[in-house]
Design a protein around this ligand. Structure first.
Ligand SMILES: Cc1cc2nc3c(=O)[nH]c(=O)nc-3n(C[C@H](O)[C@H](O)[C@H](O)COP(=O)(O)OP(=O)(O)OC[C@H]3O[C@@H](n4cnc5c(N)ncnc54)[C@H](O)[C@@H]3O)c2cc1C
Length: 355
């Protein structure tokens, strides 16, 4: 009998397991795959939405809290596991229309007026010279851009490997490569899960199943309003210093990693159930990337992959106790912002679970 079973070993489920174990709970973590190989592996790792001024108040509140704790988390993980999640302050430059820059500017002013620690630094760059001074490699002409210098990113695969390694150092039960097929409950109280034809008992069950949450009937009220979105990414094997900041233009983005790799993707919402990379999107991404930074034409493309995420209609995640079944908790629907909102959502849920 476990105190708590966590279903889903992405970043959300793994961090939940880590906090609960360290708070003294007897935890079992279950994933149908290897830990951390789904959305949490595939993503870009930017610790902010790419257009934060368009985000919901709930998402921004979670993002601000997450941003405050990432440095400590990454330092602890590196200390425990010797794996560096590569938390880097790369800043974000959004090449945008005058109208979009106006709403970003209003949002930045409101943030400063709010006068709390959580406000985000930023400014509007006007004229091509100012934009080129910020990011010299850009070739095209731009009239205005939003610049957020403090935006950070992590290298997703390294982060999830570090969290998984830190869990394996703890005496907890981890089950991989088997799906939970059923949540077990009696008289509206959770009693455990069914895994590989066997019953596992627990006082509490937490579902952190990302884009696969719709298999559980208990989550229907949440998942029926969710969209499953596929996002493709290509990876250029660049040299360090080619691109200094995350650059966003419309639905497309470039993200420079510390070692010179550059990710290129699109946030254009494609509703999809599989994560097969799309050849047409590959060509579209190459065209965007090489149009903005022509030197990328000479750099090899090392990889093309796609990931899935579930986005709630409210554009804010579902975090907390199930409305009807006592002892059942959920943390899902983070959409494209789960790196930015995940850590704070986990801290919030862990406090609820332990209360
Ligand atoms: C291409 C892409 C780019 C992104 N970029 C960013 C970004 O820059 N910034 C940002 O903030 N966010 C970004 N995201 C979103 C972010 O990565 C996700 O929101 C976040 O990783 C979700 O984490 P999770 O743990 O909730 O889900 P996941 O990582 O998907 O984990 C869910 C886990 O549950 C397991 N599971 C599911 N069903 C079962 C079952 N029945 N039994 C057992 N296990 C089960 C799965 O195997 C999986 O490991 C991006 C996502 C993608 C795909």
């Amino acid at each position: 009998m476990k105190d708590i079973i966590i279903v889903g070993g992405g970043l959300t489920g793994m961090l939940t397991a880590r906090y609960l174990h360290d708070a003294g709970a007897n935890v079992m973590l279950i994933d149908q795959n290897e830990l951390g190989r789904e959305s949490s592996w595939a993503g870009n790792g930017v610790i902010s939405p790419l257009h934060p001024w368009r985000s919901s108040a709930e998402t921004l509140a979670l993002m601000h809290k997450t941003q405050q704790h990432y440095a400590d988390l990454c330092a602890e993980l590196q200390d425990e596991t010797r794996i560096d999640p590569q938390l880097t302050t790369s800043g974000l430059l959004s090449l945008d229309t005058a109208e979009a820059c106006d709403s970003a500017e209003n949002w930045l002013t409101e943030q400063c007026d709010a006068d709390d620690k959580s406000s985000m630094n930023g400014s509007i760059l006007r004229g091509n010279a100012a934009i080129k001074a910020c990011e010299p490699v850009l070739q095209s002409q731009h009239e205005q851009a939003v610049f957020l210098p403090d935006i950070q990113q992590v290298r997703n695969p390294f982060l999830v490997q570090a969290v998984a390694a830190s869990l394996r150092q703890r005496p907890m039960t981890i089950s991989e490569h088997q799906p939970v097929t059923k949540i077990r409950s009696k008289k509206n109280r959770v009693t455990g899960v069914r895994l590989n034809g066997k019953k596992f008992k627990a006082d509490k069950v937490i579902l952190a199943t990302g884009a696969h949450s719709d298999v559980f009937a208990e989550l229907k009220p949440v998942t029926k309003g969710q969209s499953l979105i596929k996002e493709d990414i290509i990876l250029f094997r660049g040299e360090p210093g080619v691109l200094n900041h995350i650059v966003v233009q419309g639905d497309y983005y470039l993200i420079p990693r510390k070692d010179g790799r550059i990710l290129c993707g699109t946030t254009r919402a494609v509703k999809h159930k599989d994560k097969q990379p799309d050849a047409a999107v590959f060509n579209e991404l190459c065209e965007f990337a090489c149009g903005l930074v022509p030197s990328l034409q000479d750099m090899p493309i090392r990889n093309h992959w796609a990931g899935l995420y579930a986005r709630n209609a409210s554009h804010a995640p579902s975090v907390g106790a199930h409305a009807e079944i006592k002892g059942l908790y959920l943390n899902t629907g983070h959409g494209e912002d789960g790196m930015a909102t995940g850590l704070a959502s986990v801290q919030q849920l862990v406090a609820d679970v332990l209360a």
